[in-house]
Every structure is written in structure tokens, then in C-alpha cells.
Ligand binder design. Structure first.
Ligand SMILES: Nc1ncnc2c1ncn2[C@@H]1O[C@H](COP(=O)(O)OP(=O)(O)O)[C@@H](O)[C@H]1O
Ligand SMILES: [Mg+2]
Length: 324
């Protein structure tokens, strides 16, 4: 059996996560670099102090499973990925859908070249052997019956693979992360299942919200500056885009007519970049790059598009034709 074992290494919170609020000597245990399956690190990722504290408590407290909920694109998946990237811990990501069957997690018998059947570990069994992590992405789209197959392992109990008779006892460092859009969130996509209560009860819980405005603004600014945009140009764009995004998110949450989805951090980043690219051309035509660019960045219904452009006018202080 191939194993992916390596030694524990402690990482300083301030330097590893760029979190200057953390105590100077605070450390989080991860692994020595070099294991297969560690997600690539995103240097521009911003760690929020509250989320970090909650993840740290879960991680060092010996808990097994964490359910993370929040609006679409609030940053659920990337938080789990970047946490593992910085700590050099492999994370096996399983996208869930209504047709995902439990063998995708556990494993299956596959034919060899000689025509025999040979057991191949799925990501959950691999993580149980190694003491690494699994991310069950969009967990509540999964058929509850299939989710139940994971119950024993989620709690750290041993479990026998029916096909091989081998008993798997999860390594004590094995951790499960599930992300999902809240079922009661307006943005919840049709077809989300409310997981079986017994299954739900096995998870610690964490809510992820969009970044705080000052952090999101700093992130947008960093992306623009990385693209060699002048600071004097980038700063006002970052400010306006984040302000508008938060007004749209508020409108979405208060059921404002036509606003049928929130603006994600990802969408805000695209919008800011397109604004920089279009601003010059648009200006020569007497038109606003901000208003024009949002339509390239996000697909919106005509009603939502109108509402969002009105919000841009209010925040920026000029309309589509640069009239204040
Ligand atoms: N804290 C953050 N720092 C940097 N980028 C972020 C952050 N949160 C979200 N993003 C951006 O938003 C995108 C969507 O985040 P993601 O984690 O995929 O959302 P979710 O899983 O909640 O739908 C990411 O690809 C990333 O570019
Ligand atoms: Mg996600």
C-alpha cells in the first residue's frame, strides 16, 4: 500500500496566514511540505481573523467534521483550500451532486490489465489512512442515503469495506469538511437536500460571510496593482466596486425586487479588472466604464441589471453617460 506519510510541522500564524492580529508566537500544526494532494497556495488570499479563529479551534480541538455554510461565492471552498495549502496538508476534494454515489468517496473494485478485480481507495479512505483531509463540496446536493454511508467514518469509528473485508480505522488526524449554500438562503439553488438529522449532527458548524469591506477592497486593489494598474486609478475603482457589491448583497438579502443573486468576490474582481480595461475607451465616447464593465463581468436579469446600474450611479456620483 502506498502511503503519503510525513512529519508534523508547526506554522507561525502571523507569517503563514498574513494575520498580524494573531499573537506573535501562535502556531498551528500542519505537515512538512512535499506531500501529494496539497492544494496550490493563492498568495492573494485574505484570511479573516474570525474565520481563522474558528478554524483553528476546530483543528487543534481534535474535532473530526466541519460543515461550512454561506452564500454562493462567499468564500467557503477557497477558505478550506487555502488553509490546507498554507499548512501543507493534502485535501481531497469531492464535488457532490444528486447523482454522486458513495463509491466516489469510499472506493471501488476496478478491473486490472489481467482481468482481475482490484480494490482502489476513494478519497475518503485515502484520507482515513493518511490522516489527511477531505472536502465534500456542495454537500447538501448529495442524496441523503449516500451521505449516510460516511457516518461511521465521520465520527472516527472503524468501518469494514464490504468488498474487501478490510477494516479501516480513521487516523486520528483525519478531518472532513463539507461546504454548502444554506438551504434557507435566497440564493440556494433548487435541488438542495436537507441532510438526514443523524448525519447533520456529526458536524461542527461555521458560517462564512463575504469579506469585510476593507479586506475585500484591499484584495481588489492588490489584484489591480498586480496587473500593473496605477494606484491612483485602482484605488477609487476598488472602493466603488466593493461599496456597490455590498449594497447589492443587502438588496438581495432584503428581497429587493429583481435582485436575484448577490455579487460574489469573484464577480467584483472581474468587474474591477474590466473597468480598468474599458474606462479609457468609454471615456472618449462620453460613457462610464464602471457601468459598462459590470455587464461584461456578471450575467444579470434585465431587472437586476437596471437596479445594479442605478446603485452604481448613486455610489459613483455619475450615470452611464458620465452625467453627475
Ligand atoms: N478571503 C478571500 N480572499 C481572496 N479571494 C477570495 C476570498 N474569498 C473569496 N475569494 C474569491 O472568491 C472566489 C469564490 O470563492 P469560493 O471559495 O469558490 O466560494 P464558495 O465556495 O463560497 O462558493 C474564489 O475563487 C476567490 O477568488
Ligand atoms: Mg464552493
Amino acid at each position: 500500500m502506498e502511503t503519503n506519510n510525513t512529519a508534523i510541522r508547526k506554522y507561525n500564524v502571523r507569517t503563514t496566514f498574513g494575520l498580524m492580529e494573531a499573537p506573535e508566537h501562535a502556531e498551528i500544526p500542519g505537515l512538512e511540505p512535499g506531500m501529494k494532494g496539497v492544494p496550490p497556495s493563492d498568495a492573494t488570499y485574505v484570511f479573516d481573523a474570525d474565520r481563522m479563529r474558528q478554524l483553528t479551534m476546530f483543528w487543534v480541538g481534535g474535532f473530526k467534521a466541519l460543515l461550512i455554510e454561506g452564500d454562493p461565492a462567499a468564500g467557503k471552498t477557497s477558505l478550506v483550500e487555502q488553509w490546507h495549502a498554507r499548512l501543507n496538508v493534502p485535501l481531497y476534494k469531492v464535488p457532490c451532486s444528486p447523482t454522486t454515489e458513495s463509491y466516489r468517496f469510499i472506493g471501488q473494485l476496478l478491473p486490472t490489465e489481467e482481468g482481475r478485480l482490484q480494490w482502489k481507495d476513494g478519497p475518503v479512505v485515502t484520507a482515513c489512512r493518511e490522516g489527511t483531509s477531505v472536502l465534500l463540496d456542495e454537500y447538501n446536493t448529495l442524496d441523503p442515503g449516500e451521505a449516510n454511508a460516511l457516518n461511521m467514518l465521520l465520527e472516527g469509528y472503524s468501518w469494514t469495506i464490504p468488498e474487501t473485508g478490510e477494516t479501516i480505522k480513521p487516523h486520528p488526524r483525519t478531518r472532513f469538511f463539507a461546504t454548502q449554500n444554506a438551504v434557507d438562503s435566497r440564493a440556494a439553488v433548487a435541488g438542495r437536500n436537507v441532510q438526514d438529522v443523524a448525519n447533520d449532527d456529526r458536524f461542527s458548524y461555521m458560517e462564512v460571510d463575504y469579506l469585510k469591506p476593507e479586506l475585500e477592497e484591499a484584495l481588489v486593489l492588490r489584484h489591480l496593482l498586480a496587473g500593473r494598474v496605477d494606484k491612483a486609478v485602482a484605488e477609487p475603482i476598488a472602493k466603488v466596486c466593493v461599496l456597490v457589491a455590498n449594497k447589492v448583497r443587502e438588496a438581495f438579502r432584503s428581497d429587493a425586487a429583481g435582485v436575484d443573486k448577490p455579487l460574489s468576490t469573484r464577480a467584483v474582481l472581474r468587474w474591477a479588472k474590466y473597468t480598468v480595461m474599458y474606462q479609457g475607451v468609454m471615456k472618449t465616447q462620453g460613457r462610464s466604464g464602471l457601468h459598462f464593465a459590470i455587464r461584461q463581468a456578471v450575467r444579470m436579469s434585465p431587472v437586476m441589471s437596471r437596479a445594479v446600474r442605478e446603485t452604481i450611479t448613486l455610489v459613483a456620483g455619475y450615470d452611464e453617460n458620465l452625467v453627475s
